[in-house]
Design a protein around this ligand. Structure first.
Ligand code: UDP
Length: 504
């Protein structure tokens, strides 16, 4: 508002719930705990509007929001290019805020905004909703090409050795970085070259999770070899029993101009519109309430992935064979030949479970379609282990609840996350697929992994112990009011506030 003279931070989220949700949480923390005004900027027309609205509506009134209309010609462009074309509008918004602008924060895709920050003389920061190791991969791409002839692209070495991380085999390198002929590759290189111009990085991770990588960046910041990296995670939405969404929707609407909001609901999956408590979600929690402590295997592959029909059947058979209790979020299988893919099809996923599976496992197993209240499931005392695709949010949620994992990565940077979980943090076991990576994980492997964590042998015991230790570290850092993650963000906010005051 016109009376608000607090230093003002502008946060630009690239499209997609996985980017928007953690950026929204960053904005909320800054506004509620660190004494700055925050405006969260999203881009219209590039992601599911109902999901965006659900996320934005759950923000407190302390965070302002702005939606930038799309430039005319972004159809078919890669995300990096799309973000670049939004910069003129972002400039207009920031110029409109004027001299109280304290910083611009973009994410991995939005680094063209760093040049804008430099031009306007305000600090420019990059927020990483994923691991510190991910920044290392981008740096490796840049280093590799800085010694190469201009315009010539080279693949990353196999294995890729990152400072402080276990070596990554070629297929464990995040998608988009594996093959220099990938159209994303040139953009990644450009992104990475802009990092030196950032004033700092904010990362949704914490040092106990990736100790070697954290230490490497600390040293580089000290030597001036790389901007400072502030570890502000893990962000996990609080586990409250009340459902803030309904009132948040109405409060958000109260802040919009008359006649300005398009309400979208038909045709959008119910979960995307309203990821809050509903009948199915309370059914999951009530079912868990009836299970003994630490008896349940929770199985979920996130919001984007899908197993093949054959892999879905094998997983079902493995859960059945293990003899343990389970809560399985079943997603529509993919129809492709590979054991997994991105994006689930339409239909009823329950139709793809083996004949009689639900009846035979009734009482000890609950299969739910598409979605479960994951943060609450992981925090529930009945939950003992998590079969996970290792998306970074799921990873942090599991770690924050002290739940050991069975790592089942699918795509994006999930295989690298698996290396961090199994080889660095030591909080996960990984079942082996038939014929190696890319093959089907057999029912025997599934059952053996589930049992190893439930009735632990040597490996399982070590993983369970590490999960408890890492949880303690996460809680001490991120959940206590004066924890190190809070202090790291306070340090950054302090710099931003000082910069505004010095300018006056
Ligand atoms: N999630 C959930 N219920 C589900 C599946 C996912 O609440 O049944 C949430 C989960 O808690 C996490 C997010 O969706 O916060 C998934 O993010 P992640 O980075 O783990 O994976 P992605 O979906 O981006 O692959």
């Amino acid at each position: 508002t016109a009376e608000d003279h607090r230093p003002h931070v502008v946060l630009l989220a690239s499209p997609g719930a996985g980017h928007l949700i953690p950026m929204a949480e960053l904005a909320r923390r800054l506004a509620d705990h660190h004494g700055v005004a925050a405006t969260l900027v999203t881009l219209a027309g590039l992601s599911d509007p109902a999901t965006d609205a659900a996320v934005l509506s759950s923000l407190p009134a302390s965070v302002a929001t702005a939606v930038l209309p799309p430039p005319a010609d972004v159809g078919g462009c890669l995300m990096y290019e799309v973000m670049r074309r939004f910069v003129p509008q972002l400039r207009a918004l920031v110029v409109g805020i004027g001299s109280t602008t304290a910083a611009i924060v973009c994410d991995f895709f939005g680094t063209p905004a760093l040049a804008l920050a430099a031009e306007l003389g305000v600090p420019g920061y990059v927020f990483f909703p994923t691991s510190i190791s991910f920044i290392s991969v981008v740096r490796s791409v840049v280093e590799l090409h800085d010694d190469a002839a201009a315009g010539e692209y080279r693949d990353l070495p196999d294995p890729l050795v990152l400072p402080g991380c276990a070596p990554l085999r070629h297929d464990e390198i995040p998608d988009g970085f594996q093959d220099c002929a990938d159209p994303n590759y040139a953009y990644v290189l450009e992104e990475g070259r802009r990092y030196g111009g950032a004033d700092g990085f904010l990362v949704n991770s914490f040092p106990e999770m990736e100790p070697g990588a954290a230490e490497a960046f600390r040293r580089d910041a000290e030597n001036g070899a790389f901007p400072p990296v502030y570890l502000v995670g893990p962000f996990v939405r609080p586990n409250s029993n009340e459902d803030p969404d309904e009132s948040a929707c109405l409060e958000w609407l109260d802040r919009q101009p008359a006649g300005s909001v398009v309400y979208v609901s038909a045709g959008v999956p119910r979960r995307a519109v309203r990821p809050a408590k509903d009948a199915d979600e309370s059914a999951c929690l009530e079912w868990l309430d009836r299970q003994p402590a630490e008896s349940v295997v929770y199985v979920s592959f996130g919001s984007g992935g899908a197993l093949s029909v054959e892999q879905t059947r094998e997983l079902a058979a493995g859960l059945e064979m293990s003899g343990h209790n389970f809560l399985w979020v079943v997603r529509m299988p993919s129809t492709g030949r590979l054991p997994y893919s991105m994006g689930a099809g339409h239909g009823n996923p329950m139709d793809f479970l083996p004949e009689g599976f639900v009846e035979r496992t009734s009482g000890r197993g609950l299969a739910v379609a598409s979605w479960a209240p994951q943060v609450r499931v992981l925090a529930h005392p009945a939950t003992a282990e998590f079969v996970s695709h290792c998306g970074w949010n799921s990873t942090l949620e599991s770690v924050s609840s002290g739940v050991p994992m069975i790592a089942w990565p699918l795509y994006a940077e999930q295989k690298m996350n698996t290396v961090i979980l199994t080889e660095v943090a030591g909080v996960a076991l990984r079942p082996v697929a038939r014929g190696g990576d890319g093959g089907v994980v057999s029912r025997e492997e599934v059952a053996a992994a589930v049992k190893e964590l439930m009735n632990p042998g040597e490996k399982g015991s070590a993983v369970r112990r590490r999960a408890r230790e890492l949880q303690e570290a996460a809680v001490a850092r991120a959940w206590l009011p004066d924890g190190a993650s809070h202090r790291a963000l306070e340090e950054v906010a302090g710099k931003w506030k000082n910069a505004v005051h010095e300018d006056r």
